[in-house]
Design a protein around this ligand. Sequence first.
Ligand code: HEC
Ligand code: HEC
Length: 173
Amino acid sequence: MQSRFFPALVVALVLAAQPLLSQETATPVAEGQSTPQAATGARPHGPQPKPVNLKVLPKDMAREDLIKLMRGYAGALGVKCNFCHAANPQTHKLDFPSDAKDDKTIARTMIAMTQTINEQYMAQVHDPDAMPEDKHVTCGTCHRGHSMPEHFVPPPEQRHHPPAGAAPGEQPQ
Ligand code: HEC
Ligand code: HEC
């Protein structure tokens, strides 16, 4: 028999677990793990809908991995979730599957671009000087905490390249 008090119990458990769950480090998940059970079963975690509108990320991605990735995007761009995700006008809660914001569409292009850079180009680079973290491009490589990457202007003394064939001594140091 289905107890009508079960939902109340779930709410109580979720509230009790909240301080623990709010610590990102409390739930380490292996990168690339994609067991759907991790997102749905096991823990009294309230309703955790599976992602329904993934177009570039793997559709079977575990929700925990997805949220970790999303926090990474937000940090790399120095924004909050609502920079890319539109709020539902009625509930004022973020409607994550909605594609109403242009920045979400741009972010999809950026995700695909970053994947291509890594898979097609960075994978060909065999640089003995590179640390493991140098081996791939991330959102932060370009964005560095800004929603729009900042324009880079080289310092004045490096602006003028020596013309081809110029003697080294002719250039200001
Ligand atoms: C820079 C833009 C950006 C930021 C910031 C961002 N997201 Fe996302 N989010 C996306 C994109 C793009 C997708 C869809 C990816 C795809 O199509 O594969 C997505 C998808 C999602 C989904 C899946 C929705 C569904 O059902 O399809 C969830 C949940 C989500 N984001 C949560 C978050 C949370 C929580 C934050 C803040 C910690 C956040 N996002 C911050 C761009 C962003
Ligand atoms: C190779 C450099 C590079 C990488 C890597 C990169 N971006 Fe971008 N991004 C840009 C540039 C340049 C722009 C400005 C282009 C424009 O708006 O026309 C931009 C613009 C954006 C915008 C629009 C910002 C705005 O204010 O309109 C979003 C959102 C975005 N990037 C998300 C991401 C995400 C998420 C990632 C990682 C998955 C990422 N980018 C990786 C270079 C990069």
